[in-house]
Design a protein around this ligand. Sequence first.
Ligand code: ZN
Length: 88
Amino acid sequence: MDELIGLGIACENCGRLRRLNKRQIASLIGARGIHTVEQLGRKLKCKVCAEQGKVSKNISIVPYYRCDEAASVAPYVKPKASSQGVTR
Ligand SMILES: [Zn+2]
């Protein structure tokens, strides 16, 4: 995890995107004995969805590594409104 400079955490449910910096990741990892991004992903959940009693574990994680720091500036695309696709 040394090359990790940050993590993007997106909730698949509400589209909320959080970004953790290295220090925040370190504190998460240090407290829980986590060694991989995958393990970390299983521990994370969406606060907003959890508060609303919805599925909060539907999280996708985007790791940012030192080598692609420049490439990680891609804009976050907001998910479409839930009403879209209902063409009845
Ligand atoms: Zn959410």
